[in-house]
Ligand binder design. Structure first.
Ligand code: ATP
Ligand code: MG
Length: 568
């Protein structure tokens, strides 16, 4: 099944350390040479870019070596879970470019087997019902250097334990009244071995199993066994599970044998600057209306990034770049943005839009005349063609592309100076008109009729080139400009402050009255990628309609932000 040539040296293969472990297992013929991974999200929130890193690993390694990857919803806590999340998770994984075929599973599918295993462990004297509160249990836990205290209920008879556990599941007791614990070792140097909780009582209905169960397995009692029931060979997760691994193995050994045993491998989480990755915090932002929803374009969620205009290719490229290690790190969001720019540069259609318009009247251009100019759709993409853009006597340019009293090196428009209108003529400023408050409301220019492409004066050089749109043909639009969601590099590290205090108040700027060329309005289907020339990459927002086009700025053309930070 493995595609990599066996004779190649290890280094030549360019494998990351997880792939290396998997490869070695395959070479050693473990699990009958099978490779099966899984991605195990809990459906208690939308996926974020950190999950994308796990998805790329779980699906990627299976793809690389001809194995399979399961999608398993880790739905062991009905209180926080919802089908809305299940649906969004499916959509996001597909969008990233991965597919689990018919291998969609749920931890809740294994509730019967897990329950049976719990019964067996009780019968074998390896589990007991504890009547203490969670506070009492926590107080007895000890510390890594001080052994824990054994529960007074630890030596109950098997009969009593069986009876109580079955009654727990029958709904006879309140939530928190009793738990089922594994009887392992209260003095273990691994805290997770100090009689971990296997089951707790939850009376909230489950989104798939309804009210069938009143006891629900804890992560540690569910995950390894679910892997086993499913035939997972390599259970790849993040570093915080390293201390859980002995317990994972402890429970799995109760059911596995030499012919097949799943194996847990851990890599470092993705942490990104200027955002948070905790689902609990992201949920809080959504619930409190601090963002417009899980797919708010400022969110680090996959759905937010999709809405903002990021491409799956750029996210995967970014994850490839940062790689997989055994050390926790904080990754710069600039690296992700670099990957986004790089990809959009190849894909985005070049168009013109004026965000802060001021009118220019070309006084020597015939009134009522319109001509069309031909614009390249994308000079970076061969065969991407051209589109037509109307030109007429009155146009809009950006207000800050004109200065009445310019400094020396101002290469844009100023009195008596010349600029080229991209794809069209050279114009020269002859005067301005001001409103009652002294603000310029019209700029007057003349044009050089010989300066258009294909004409004798086409090659004439001027210092600046401006983007523009024809006033008569322009369509009004709204654009939304996004900045970092937080104004602190690592909000999670600032434990003294509430993370909401660190939200960037300027993370969204709405600009109305933007003038766009007609071609944009005619082609603004969802997912379309545009480069508004000289401004940035934009995509239609979900709120966009034919009457009121709305665009998200995916990202500015250059990383001006980093520079500003350095200056400050
Ligand atoms: P929580 O368990 O606190 O609800 P979680 O982010 O761990 O949150 P899960 O749904 O359990 O959410 O995650 C599914 C998988 O994604 C797990 O295997 C987890 O290790 C992985 N994962 C989660 N966050 C990251 C991250 N920041 N970087 C890489 N992998 C991650
Ligand atoms: Mg988790």
């Amino acid at each position: 099944m493995a595609e990599i040539n066996e004779t190649e040296s290890t280094e030549k293969k360019g494998l990351n350390f997880v792939e290396q472990i998997v490869w070695d297992d395959l070479q050693a013929g473990k699990n009958g040479g099978r490779l099966n991974t899984r991605f195990p999200p809990e459906p208690n929130g939308y996926l974020h870019i950190g999950h994308a890193k796990a998805i790329c690993m779980d699906f990627g390694v299976a793809e690389k070596f001809g194995g399979t990857c399961n999608l398993r919803f880790d739905d062991t806590n009905p209180v926080k879970e919802d089908v809305e999340y299940v649906d969004s998770i499916r959509e996001d994984i597909h969008w990233l470019g991965f597919d689990w075929g018919n291998r969609e599973y749920y931890a809740s599918d294994y509730f019967p087997q897990l329950y049976d295993l719990a019964i067996r462990l009780i019968k074998e004297g390896k589990a007991y019902v504890d009547d203490q509160t969670s506070e009492e249990i926590a107080a007895q836990k000890g510390t890594p250097t001080v052994p824990g205290v054994e529960s007074p209920y630890r030596n109950r008879s098997v009969e009593e334990n069986l009876d109580l556990f079955q009654r727990m599941n029958a709904g006879e007791f309140d939530e928190g009244a009793r738990v089922l614990r594994a009887k392992i070792d209260m003095a273990s140097s691994n805290m997770h071995f100090r009689d971990p909780i296997m089951y707790r009582i939850i009376k909230h209905p489950h989104h798939r199993t309804g009210t069938t169960w009143k006891v629900y397995p804890m992560y540690d009692f569910a995950h390894g066994q679910s892997d086993f029931f499913e035939g997972v060979t390599h259970s790849i997760c993040t570093l915080e599970f390293v201390p859980h691994r002995p317990l994972y193995e402890y429970f799995v050994k109760e059911i596995a044998d030499d012919s097949y045993c799943p194996r847990q491998i851990e890599f470092n989480r993705l942490n990104l600057t200027y955002t948070v990755m905790s689902k609990r915090k992201l949920l809080q932002l959504v619930k409190e209306g601090l963002v417009a929803g899980w797919d708010d374009p400022r969110m680090p969620t996959i759905s937010g990034m999709r809405r903002r205009g990021y491409t799956p290719e750029s996210i995967r490229r970014f994850i490839d770049t940062i790689g997989y290690t055994k050390y926790e790190a904080l990754n710069s969001v600039s690296l992700l943005e670099h990957a986004v720019r790089d990809d959009l540069n190849k894909k985005a259609t070049r168009v013109m839009a004026v965000l802060n318009p001021v009118k220019v009247v070309i006084t020597n251009y015939p009134e009522g005349q319109t001509e069309t100019v031909e614009m390249d759709n994308n000079p970076e993409e061969e065969g991407s063609g051209t589109h037509k853009m109307p030109f007429s006597r009155e146009i809009y340019i950006e207000r800050d592309d004109f200065m009445e009293n310019p400094p020396k090196k101002f290469f844009r428009l100023a009195p008596d100076s010349e600029v080229r209108l991209k794809g069209a003529y050279i114009i020269k400023c002859t005067g301005v008109h001001k409103d009652a408050d002294g603000n310029i409301d019209e700029i007057y220019c003349t044009y050089d009729p010989e300066s258009r492409s294909g004409m004798p004066g086409a090659a004439r050089k001027v210092k600046g080139t401006l983007h523009w749109v024809s006033a008569e043909h322009a369509i009004d639009a709204e654009v939304r400009l996004y900045d970092r969601l937080f104004n602190v590099e690592n909000p999670a590290a600032e434990t003294e402050r509430d993370f909401r205090e660190m939200l960037n108040p300027d993370s969204l700027k709405v600009v109305k009255g933007v003038k766009i060329e007609p071609f944009i309005a005619e082609n603004n289907e969802r997912g379309r990628k545009f480069q508004f020339q000289r401004i940035g990459y934009f995509t239609p927002d979900y709120d966009s309609t034919a009457e009121k086009p709305v665009f998200n700025r995916t990202i500015a053309l250059k990383d001006s932000w980093e520079k500003e930070q350095k200056k400050a």
